[in-house]
Design a protein around this ligand. Sequence first.
Ligand code: LLP
Length: 467
Amino acid sequence: TQSFDRADDGELTVDGVRVSQLAEKFGTPEYVFSEDTFRARAREFCTAFEDAFSAHGAEVSVYYAGKAFLTTAVAAWAKEEGLNIDTASGGELGIALRAGVPGDRIALHGNNKSVAEIRRALENKVGRIVADSVPEVQLIAQVAAEMGVVAPIMLRLTPGVHASTHDFIATAHEDQKFGQSLVEGTSGLSGLSLEELLGLGLDANDCYAAISVAIAHREQSLDLRGLHCHIGSQIFEADGFGKAAEKVLTFMHEMNQRFGITMPEIDLGGGYGIGYTEEDHPRGSADVATSLADMVSKTCANLGMDIPHLSFEPGRSIAGPSGITLYTVGTIKNVSIEDENGDTRVRRYVSVDGGMSDNARPVLYESDYTATLANRAPAGEQVLSRVVGKHCESGDIVVRYVYLPEDLQAGDILAVPATGAYCFALSSNYNYLTKPGVVATSADKAPREIVRRETEEDMLRRDMGLV
Ligand code: LLP
Protein backbone atom coordinates (compact mmCIF):
# COMPACT_ATOMS: atom_id res chain seq x y z
CA THR A 1 0.00 0.00 0.00
CA GLN A 2 1.03 3.55 -0.68
CA SER A 3 -0.52 5.24 2.34
CA PHE A 4 1.58 8.40 2.28
CA ASP A 5 1.06 10.34 -0.92
CA ARG A 6 0.61 13.84 -2.31
CA ALA A 7 -2.67 15.23 -3.70
CA ASP A 8 -2.56 16.96 -7.09
CA ASP A 9 -2.04 20.34 -5.44
CA GLY A 10 0.92 18.96 -3.46
CA GLU A 11 -0.72 18.47 -0.07
CA LEU A 12 0.31 15.33 1.83
CA THR A 13 -2.41 12.70 2.22
CA VAL A 14 -2.53 9.64 4.45
CA ASP A 15 -4.68 6.78 3.19
CA GLY A 16 -6.45 9.33 1.00
CA VAL A 17 -7.10 11.95 3.71
CA ARG A 18 -5.54 15.40 3.51
CA VAL A 19 -3.32 16.28 6.46
CA SER A 20 -4.97 19.71 6.79
CA GLN A 21 -8.25 17.89 7.45
CA LEU A 22 -6.61 15.63 10.01
CA ALA A 23 -4.99 18.62 11.71
CA GLU A 24 -8.22 20.57 11.76
CA LYS A 25 -10.28 17.72 13.15
CA PHE A 26 -7.81 16.28 15.65
CA GLY A 27 -5.36 19.10 16.33
CA THR A 28 -1.57 19.02 16.43
CA PRO A 29 0.81 17.67 17.44
CA GLU A 30 -0.82 14.40 16.51
CA TYR A 31 0.47 10.94 15.70
CA VAL A 32 -1.09 9.69 12.47
CA PHE A 33 -0.89 5.95 12.12
CA SER A 34 -1.84 4.11 8.95
CA GLU A 35 -3.71 0.94 9.78
CA ASP A 36 -3.33 -0.15 6.14
CA THR A 37 0.46 0.20 6.18
CA PHE A 38 0.77 -1.51 9.55
CA ARG A 39 -1.28 -4.48 8.38
CA ALA A 40 0.56 -4.68 5.06
CA ARG A 41 3.97 -4.57 6.76
CA ALA A 42 2.92 -7.21 9.28
CA ARG A 43 1.83 -9.52 6.46
CA GLU A 44 4.91 -8.76 4.41
CA PHE A 45 7.23 -9.61 7.30
CA CYS A 46 5.42 -12.89 7.99
CA THR A 47 5.38 -13.92 4.36
CA ALA A 48 9.04 -13.06 3.84
CA PHE A 49 10.23 -15.05 6.85
CA GLU A 50 7.81 -17.94 6.34
CA ASP A 51 8.82 -18.30 2.70
CA ALA A 52 12.55 -18.05 3.38
CA PHE A 53 12.51 -20.67 6.12
CA SER A 54 9.98 -23.02 4.56
CA ALA A 55 12.43 -23.31 1.65
CA HIS A 56 14.63 -25.09 4.23
CA GLY A 57 11.75 -27.08 5.71
CA ALA A 58 11.49 -24.90 8.83
CA GLU A 59 8.50 -23.21 10.42
CA VAL A 60 8.28 -19.65 11.66
CA SER A 61 6.22 -17.67 14.17
CA VAL A 62 6.24 -13.91 14.36
CA TYR A 63 5.70 -11.99 17.60
CA TYR A 64 5.01 -8.29 17.14
CA ALA A 65 7.16 -6.45 19.72
CA GLY A 66 4.52 -4.34 21.44
CA LYS A 67 7.08 -2.06 23.08
CA ALA A 68 7.48 -0.29 19.72
CA PHE A 69 3.85 0.85 19.64
CA LEU A 70 0.92 -0.81 21.33
CA THR A 71 -2.67 0.23 21.80
CA THR A 72 -5.69 -2.02 22.07
CA ALA A 73 -6.53 -1.46 18.39
CA VAL A 74 -2.95 -2.12 17.25
CA ALA A 75 -2.79 -5.36 19.23
CA ALA A 76 -6.03 -6.46 17.57
CA TRP A 77 -4.70 -5.67 14.06
CA ALA A 78 -1.53 -7.64 14.75
CA LYS A 79 -3.62 -10.57 15.96
CA GLU A 80 -5.87 -10.39 12.90
CA GLU A 81 -2.84 -10.44 10.61
CA GLY A 82 -1.71 -13.68 12.24
CA LEU A 83 1.01 -12.29 14.49
CA ASN A 84 1.57 -13.15 18.12
CA ILE A 85 2.39 -10.38 20.60
CA ASP A 86 5.60 -9.95 22.54
CA THR A 87 5.07 -7.97 25.75
CA ALA A 88 7.69 -6.48 28.04
CA SER A 89 5.62 -5.81 31.15
CA GLY A 90 2.32 -6.49 32.90
CA GLY A 91 0.94 -3.33 31.28
CA GLU A 92 1.71 -4.47 27.75
CA LEU A 93 0.37 -7.92 28.61
CA GLY A 94 -2.82 -6.25 29.87
CA ILE A 95 -3.32 -4.37 26.58
CA ALA A 96 -2.81 -7.53 24.51
CA LEU A 97 -5.38 -9.38 26.65
CA ARG A 98 -7.78 -6.43 26.43
CA ALA A 99 -7.51 -6.64 22.63
CA GLY A 100 -8.64 -10.26 22.81
CA VAL A 101 -5.28 -11.81 21.93
CA PRO A 102 -5.40 -15.39 23.24
CA GLY A 103 -2.86 -16.05 26.02
CA ASP A 104 -1.09 -18.74 24.04
CA ARG A 105 -0.24 -16.12 21.41
CA ILE A 106 1.44 -13.82 23.93
CA ALA A 107 5.02 -13.82 25.19
CA LEU A 108 6.25 -12.10 28.34
CA HIS A 109 9.73 -10.57 28.41
CA GLY A 110 11.78 -8.45 30.80
CA ASN A 111 14.93 -8.67 32.88
CA ASN A 112 13.21 -8.12 36.22
CA LYS A 113 9.68 -9.49 36.15
CA SER A 114 7.67 -9.15 39.32
CA VAL A 115 5.90 -12.08 40.95
CA ALA A 116 2.62 -10.38 40.03
CA GLU A 117 3.63 -10.20 36.36
CA ILE A 118 4.71 -13.84 36.29
CA ARG A 119 1.51 -14.90 38.01
CA ARG A 120 -0.66 -12.85 35.63
CA ALA A 121 1.14 -14.38 32.65
CA LEU A 122 0.61 -17.90 33.97
CA GLU A 123 -3.03 -17.26 34.91
CA ASN A 124 -3.63 -16.21 31.32
CA LYS A 125 -1.71 -19.23 30.02
CA VAL A 126 0.78 -17.25 27.96
CA GLY A 127 2.63 -19.13 25.26
CA ARG A 128 6.01 -18.37 26.77
CA ILE A 129 7.86 -16.45 29.40
CA VAL A 130 11.36 -15.49 28.34
CA ALA A 131 13.63 -15.85 31.37
CA ASP A 132 16.57 -13.49 31.57
CA SER A 133 18.72 -14.94 34.37
CA VAL A 134 19.21 -17.86 36.73
CA PRO A 135 17.33 -16.17 39.60
CA GLU A 136 14.44 -15.52 37.22
CA VAL A 137 14.31 -19.15 36.10
CA GLN A 138 14.17 -20.12 39.77
CA LEU A 139 11.46 -17.55 40.50
CA ILE A 140 9.28 -18.65 37.57
CA ALA A 141 9.67 -22.29 38.66
CA GLN A 142 8.60 -21.37 42.18
CA VAL A 143 5.58 -19.28 41.16
CA ALA A 144 4.42 -21.95 38.70
CA ALA A 145 4.83 -24.69 41.31
CA GLU A 146 2.77 -22.70 43.83
CA MET A 147 0.04 -22.26 41.21
CA GLY A 148 0.20 -25.94 40.28
CA VAL A 149 0.94 -25.18 36.60
CA VAL A 150 3.80 -25.78 34.21
CA ALA A 151 5.40 -22.59 32.87
CA PRO A 152 6.54 -22.63 29.22
CA ILE A 153 9.86 -20.79 29.22
CA MET A 154 12.57 -19.73 26.86
CA LEU A 155 16.00 -18.65 28.01
CA ARG A 156 17.40 -15.37 26.81
CA LEU A 157 21.09 -15.71 25.98
CA THR A 158 23.87 -13.22 25.36
CA PRO A 159 25.49 -14.39 22.13
CA GLY A 160 28.30 -11.82 22.45
CA VAL A 161 27.65 -10.11 19.13
CA HIS A 162 28.13 -6.37 19.16
CA ALA A 163 25.59 -5.05 16.70
CA SER A 164 26.46 -1.83 14.95
CA THR A 165 23.86 0.47 16.39
CA HIS A 166 23.63 3.04 19.19
CA ASP A 167 25.08 1.69 22.48
CA PHE A 168 21.80 2.19 24.34
CA ILE A 169 19.98 -0.18 22.00
CA ALA A 170 22.69 -2.81 21.42
CA THR A 171 21.85 -5.74 23.64
CA ALA A 172 23.97 -8.78 22.92
CA HIS A 173 27.52 -7.89 23.97
CA GLU A 174 28.55 -9.11 27.43
CA ASP A 175 28.63 -5.87 29.39
CA GLN A 176 24.94 -4.96 29.49
CA LYS A 177 22.01 -6.10 31.56
CA PHE A 178 20.18 -8.57 29.30
CA GLY A 179 20.54 -12.30 28.89
CA GLN A 180 22.68 -15.15 30.10
CA SER A 181 26.32 -15.52 29.20
CA LEU A 182 27.59 -18.29 26.94
CA VAL A 183 31.18 -17.62 27.98
CA GLU A 184 32.89 -20.60 29.61
CA GLY A 185 33.44 -20.33 33.33
CA THR A 186 30.73 -17.75 33.99
CA SER A 187 28.67 -20.21 36.05
CA GLY A 188 30.42 -18.83 39.15
CA LEU A 189 28.68 -15.50 38.56
CA SER A 190 25.31 -17.09 39.27
CA GLY A 191 26.00 -17.33 42.99
CA LEU A 192 25.61 -21.12 42.96
CA SER A 193 28.25 -23.06 44.88
CA LEU A 194 30.35 -25.72 43.22
CA GLU A 195 28.33 -28.29 45.14
CA GLU A 196 25.09 -26.94 43.74
CA LEU A 197 26.57 -26.89 40.23
CA LEU A 198 27.69 -30.51 40.59
CA GLY A 199 24.16 -31.39 41.73
CA LEU A 200 22.91 -29.99 38.43
CA GLY A 201 25.41 -32.01 36.43
CA LEU A 202 27.61 -28.95 35.76
CA ASP A 203 31.02 -27.76 36.83
CA ALA A 204 32.78 -24.45 37.32
CA ASN A 205 33.80 -24.35 33.66
CA ASP A 206 30.24 -24.28 32.46
CA CYS A 207 28.66 -21.06 31.35
CA TYR A 208 25.94 -19.13 33.15
CA ALA A 209 23.33 -20.13 30.56
CA ALA A 210 23.99 -23.83 31.13
CA ILE A 211 22.74 -23.49 34.71
CA SER A 212 19.40 -22.22 33.48
CA VAL A 213 19.09 -25.13 31.08
CA ALA A 214 19.94 -27.55 33.88
CA ILE A 215 17.41 -26.01 36.26
CA ALA A 216 14.71 -25.86 33.58
CA HIS A 217 15.41 -29.50 32.81
CA ARG A 218 15.17 -30.50 36.46
CA GLU A 219 12.12 -28.47 37.58
CA GLN A 220 8.76 -30.17 37.04
CA SER A 221 7.03 -26.80 36.91
CA LEU A 222 9.05 -25.63 33.89
CA ASP A 223 8.73 -26.60 30.25
CA LEU A 224 11.87 -25.49 28.39
CA ARG A 225 10.59 -24.41 24.97
CA GLY A 226 13.89 -23.14 23.67
CA LEU A 227 16.45 -20.37 23.50
CA HIS A 228 16.20 -16.69 22.72
CA CYS A 229 18.49 -13.86 21.74
CA HIS A 230 18.04 -10.28 20.61
CA ILE A 231 21.16 -8.47 19.48
CA GLY A 232 19.83 -4.94 19.33
CA SER A 233 17.66 -2.61 17.34
CA GLN A 234 17.83 -0.59 14.11
CA ILE A 235 20.28 -3.05 12.51
CA PHE A 236 20.70 -3.27 8.74
CA GLU A 237 23.03 -6.22 8.09
CA ALA A 238 21.85 -9.83 8.30
CA ASP A 239 25.35 -10.88 9.42
CA GLY A 240 24.96 -10.06 13.11
CA PHE A 241 21.71 -12.03 13.28
CA GLY A 242 23.38 -14.95 11.52
CA LYS A 243 26.36 -14.95 13.90
CA ALA A 244 24.08 -14.79 16.92
CA ALA A 245 21.99 -17.65 15.52
CA GLU A 246 25.12 -19.72 15.05
CA LYS A 247 26.18 -19.25 18.68
CA VAL A 248 22.74 -19.99 20.07
CA LEU A 249 22.23 -23.04 17.83
CA THR A 250 25.65 -24.41 18.77
CA PHE A 251 24.84 -24.05 22.45
CA MET A 252 21.39 -25.56 21.92
CA HIS A 253 22.90 -28.57 20.23
CA GLU A 254 25.43 -29.04 23.03
CA MET A 255 22.75 -28.78 25.73
CA ASN A 256 20.34 -31.08 23.85
CA GLN A 257 23.04 -33.72 23.79
CA ARG A 258 24.21 -33.17 27.35
CA PHE A 259 20.71 -33.46 28.85
CA GLY A 260 19.16 -35.80 26.29
CA ILE A 261 16.47 -33.29 25.33
CA THR A 262 15.27 -31.58 22.16
CA MET A 263 14.54 -27.92 22.63
CA PRO A 264 11.97 -27.24 19.93
CA GLU A 265 12.44 -23.54 19.25
CA ILE A 266 14.88 -20.68 18.79
CA ASP A 267 13.85 -17.03 18.88
CA LEU A 268 16.15 -14.57 17.15
CA GLY A 269 14.44 -11.42 18.47
CA GLY A 270 13.79 -8.29 16.48
CA GLY A 271 15.95 -5.36 15.46
CA TYR A 272 15.40 -4.96 11.70
CA GLY A 273 16.29 -1.42 10.72
CA ILE A 274 14.10 1.07 8.88
CA GLY A 275 14.76 4.24 6.91
CA TYR A 276 14.43 7.47 8.89
CA THR A 277 16.21 9.74 6.42
CA GLU A 278 17.51 9.33 2.89
CA GLU A 279 20.84 8.28 4.36
CA ASP A 280 19.39 4.98 5.64
CA HIS A 281 19.22 2.08 3.23
CA PRO A 282 17.26 -0.72 4.87
CA ARG A 283 17.30 -4.09 3.14
CA GLY A 284 13.89 -5.49 2.33
CA SER A 285 12.54 -8.15 4.69
CA ALA A 286 12.63 -10.79 1.94
CA ASP A 287 16.33 -10.13 1.46
CA VAL A 288 17.16 -10.26 5.18
CA ALA A 289 14.99 -13.34 5.68
CA THR A 290 16.66 -15.23 2.83
CA SER A 291 20.20 -14.60 4.04
CA LEU A 292 19.23 -15.43 7.59
CA ALA A 293 17.49 -18.65 6.58
CA ASP A 294 20.57 -19.69 4.60
CA MET A 295 22.85 -19.02 7.56
CA VAL A 296 20.61 -20.89 10.01
CA SER A 297 20.23 -23.86 7.72
CA LYS A 298 23.97 -24.04 7.10
CA THR A 299 24.73 -23.91 10.83
CA CYS A 300 22.23 -26.67 11.58
CA ALA A 301 23.65 -28.82 8.78
CA ASN A 302 27.16 -28.35 10.17
CA LEU A 303 25.98 -29.34 13.63
CA GLY A 304 24.01 -32.28 12.25
CA MET A 305 20.77 -31.12 13.85
CA ASP A 306 17.29 -30.48 12.48
CA ILE A 307 16.37 -26.82 12.09
CA PRO A 308 14.24 -25.94 15.12
CA HIS A 309 11.08 -23.86 14.93
CA LEU A 310 12.11 -20.24 14.40
CA SER A 311 10.53 -17.16 15.93
CA PHE A 312 11.09 -13.45 15.42
CA GLU A 313 10.08 -10.30 17.30
CA PRO A 314 9.97 -7.34 14.93
CA GLY A 315 8.69 -4.07 16.38
CA ARG A 316 10.15 -1.04 14.63
CA SER A 317 10.19 -2.59 11.15
CA ILE A 318 6.43 -3.06 11.27
CA ALA A 319 5.26 0.00 13.23
CA GLY A 320 7.92 2.60 12.40
CA PRO A 321 7.13 3.39 8.76
CA SER A 322 3.39 3.16 9.47
CA GLY A 323 3.26 6.41 11.43
CA ILE A 324 4.03 10.09 10.99
CA THR A 325 3.72 13.03 13.36
CA LEU A 326 1.99 16.25 12.35
CA TYR A 327 3.14 19.50 13.92
CA THR A 328 2.09 23.10 13.41
CA VAL A 329 4.85 25.60 12.75
CA GLY A 330 5.10 28.44 15.28
CA THR A 331 7.97 30.88 15.67
CA ILE A 332 10.70 30.96 13.06
CA LYS A 333 13.99 32.72 13.67
CA ASN A 334 17.37 33.02 12.07
CA VAL A 335 20.45 32.50 14.17
CA SER A 336 23.97 33.40 13.15
CA ILE A 337 26.34 30.43 13.33
CA GLU A 338 29.92 29.67 12.43
CA ASP A 339 30.26 26.71 10.05
CA GLU A 340 33.14 24.16 9.84
CA ASN A 341 35.17 26.59 7.70
CA GLY A 342 34.82 29.38 10.22
CA ASP A 343 32.43 31.28 7.97
CA THR A 344 29.43 32.99 9.41
CA ARG A 345 26.13 31.61 8.22
CA VAL A 346 22.51 31.76 9.17
CA ARG A 347 20.66 28.80 10.60
CA ARG A 348 16.89 28.93 10.53
CA TYR A 349 15.22 27.60 13.68
CA VAL A 350 11.67 26.44 13.09
CA SER A 351 9.70 25.83 16.29
CA VAL A 352 6.81 23.39 16.35
CA ASP A 353 4.09 22.72 18.91
CA GLY A 354 5.55 19.43 20.25
CA GLY A 355 9.08 18.13 20.68
CA MET A 356 10.98 15.82 23.00
CA SER A 357 7.80 14.90 24.89
CA ASP A 358 6.27 13.27 21.80
CA ASN A 359 9.58 12.13 20.26
CA ALA A 360 12.37 11.53 22.75
CA ARG A 361 14.55 9.63 20.28
CA PRO A 362 16.69 12.55 19.07
CA VAL A 363 17.63 13.44 22.67
CA LEU A 364 18.06 9.83 23.77
CA TYR A 365 19.93 8.36 20.82
CA GLU A 366 20.82 11.37 18.67
CA SER A 367 18.43 9.90 16.12
CA ASP A 368 18.03 11.62 12.81
CA TYR A 369 14.67 12.36 11.29
CA THR A 370 13.49 14.42 8.41
CA ALA A 371 10.50 16.72 8.01
CA THR A 372 8.43 17.84 5.09
CA LEU A 373 6.01 20.68 4.52
CA ALA A 374 2.69 18.84 4.50
CA ASN A 375 -0.24 21.20 3.97
CA ARG A 376 0.94 22.40 0.55
CA ALA A 377 3.55 21.56 -2.07
CA PRO A 378 7.04 21.89 -0.56
CA ALA A 379 8.16 23.87 -3.59
CA GLY A 380 10.41 26.84 -4.22
CA GLU A 381 13.76 27.83 -2.72
CA GLN A 382 14.82 25.50 0.13
CA VAL A 383 16.60 26.72 3.25
CA LEU A 384 18.68 24.60 5.62
CA SER A 385 16.64 24.54 8.81
CA ARG A 386 16.55 22.99 12.24
CA VAL A 387 13.17 21.93 13.57
CA VAL A 388 12.93 22.30 17.34
CA GLY A 389 10.26 21.65 19.94
CA LYS A 390 8.74 23.90 22.57
CA HIS A 391 10.37 22.43 25.66
CA CYS A 392 12.70 24.22 28.04
CA GLU A 393 15.84 22.47 26.80
CA SER A 394 18.20 23.40 24.02
CA GLY A 395 18.56 19.69 23.19
CA ASP A 396 14.88 19.60 22.30
CA ILE A 397 15.50 19.02 18.60
CA VAL A 398 13.02 17.29 16.32
CA VAL A 399 15.08 17.34 13.12
CA ARG A 400 18.71 18.48 13.20
CA TYR A 401 19.18 19.30 9.51
CA VAL A 402 16.47 19.61 6.91
CA TYR A 403 15.85 21.77 3.87
CA LEU A 404 12.46 23.42 4.10
CA PRO A 405 10.86 25.97 1.77
CA GLU A 406 11.94 29.57 2.19
CA ASP A 407 8.33 30.72 2.41
CA LEU A 408 7.56 28.49 5.40
CA GLN A 409 5.37 30.35 7.85
CA ALA A 410 3.62 30.04 11.19
CA GLY A 411 0.52 27.89 10.78
CA ASP A 412 2.06 25.60 8.17
CA ILE A 413 1.95 21.89 8.97
CA LEU A 414 5.10 19.81 9.06
CA ALA A 415 5.06 16.02 8.87
CA VAL A 416 7.88 13.99 10.39
CA PRO A 417 7.87 10.50 8.82
CA ALA A 418 8.73 7.16 10.42
CA THR A 419 7.54 8.05 13.90
CA GLY A 420 5.35 4.94 14.26
CA ALA A 421 7.76 3.15 16.60
CA TYR A 422 9.14 4.26 19.97
CA CYS A 423 7.65 7.77 19.86
CA PHE A 424 4.20 7.37 21.38
CA ALA A 425 5.76 4.57 23.46
CA LEU A 426 8.46 6.83 24.91
CA SER A 427 6.30 9.96 25.23
CA SER A 428 6.20 12.02 28.41
CA ASN A 429 4.44 14.98 29.97
CA TYR A 430 7.63 17.02 30.32
CA ASN A 431 6.79 20.67 31.01
CA TYR A 432 3.22 19.48 31.54
CA LEU A 433 2.50 19.24 27.86
CA THR A 434 -0.53 17.07 27.24
CA LYS A 435 0.22 14.04 25.08
CA PRO A 436 -0.96 13.94 21.45
CA GLY A 437 -3.63 11.50 20.40
CA VAL A 438 -3.18 8.79 17.79
CA VAL A 439 -5.36 8.97 14.68
CA ALA A 440 -5.66 5.79 12.67
CA THR A 441 -6.24 5.99 8.94
CA SER A 442 -7.36 3.38 6.46
CA ALA A 443 -8.52 3.61 2.85
CA ASP A 444 -11.91 2.17 3.73
CA LYS A 445 -12.61 3.78 7.11
CA ALA A 446 -12.99 7.35 8.28
CA PRO A 447 -9.96 8.50 10.29
CA ARG A 448 -10.55 8.08 14.01
CA GLU A 449 -8.56 8.45 17.21
CA ILE A 450 -7.50 5.09 18.61
CA VAL A 451 -5.94 6.96 21.52
CA ARG A 452 -7.57 10.28 22.20
CA ARG A 453 -5.62 13.46 22.79
CA GLU A 454 -4.84 13.97 26.45
CA THR A 455 -6.62 16.80 28.22
CA GLU A 456 -5.21 18.88 31.03
CA GLU A 457 -7.69 17.15 33.31
CA ASP A 458 -6.35 13.70 32.26
CA MET A 459 -2.85 14.90 32.90
CA LEU A 460 -3.57 16.28 36.35
CA ARG A 461 -5.75 13.40 37.48
CA ARG A 462 -3.11 12.08 39.88
CA ASP A 463 -2.16 15.46 41.32
CA MET A 464 -3.74 15.33 44.79
CA GLY A 465 -4.29 19.07 45.04
CA LEU A 466 -3.85 21.06 48.25
CA VAL A 467 -3.58 18.05 50.58
N1 LLP B 1 12.64 -8.34 21.17
C1 LLP B 1 13.28 -7.90 22.26
C2 LLP B 1 13.65 -8.85 23.31
C3 LLP B 1 13.61 -6.55 22.38
O1 LLP B 1 14.25 -6.12 23.45
C4 LLP B 1 13.22 -5.64 21.36
C5 LLP B 1 13.53 -4.22 21.46
C6 LLP B 1 12.54 -6.15 20.25
C7 LLP B 1 12.27 -7.51 20.19
C8 LLP B 1 12.07 -5.29 19.11
O2 LLP B 1 13.11 -4.66 18.46
P1 LLP B 1 12.83 -3.84 17.10
O3 LLP B 1 12.40 -4.83 16.05
O4 LLP B 1 11.76 -2.87 17.41
O5 LLP B 1 14.10 -3.17 16.81
N2 LLP B 1 13.68 2.69 22.30
C9 LLP B 1 14.69 2.30 21.33
C10 LLP B 1 14.58 0.87 20.93
C11 LLP B 1 14.62 -0.07 22.09
C12 LLP B 1 14.48 -1.49 21.66
C13 LLP B 1 14.26 -2.34 22.82
N3 LLP B 1 14.06 -3.72 22.50
C14 LLP B 1 14.58 3.21 20.10
O6 LLP B 1 13.71 4.07 20.09
O7 LLP B 1 15.37 3.11 19.18
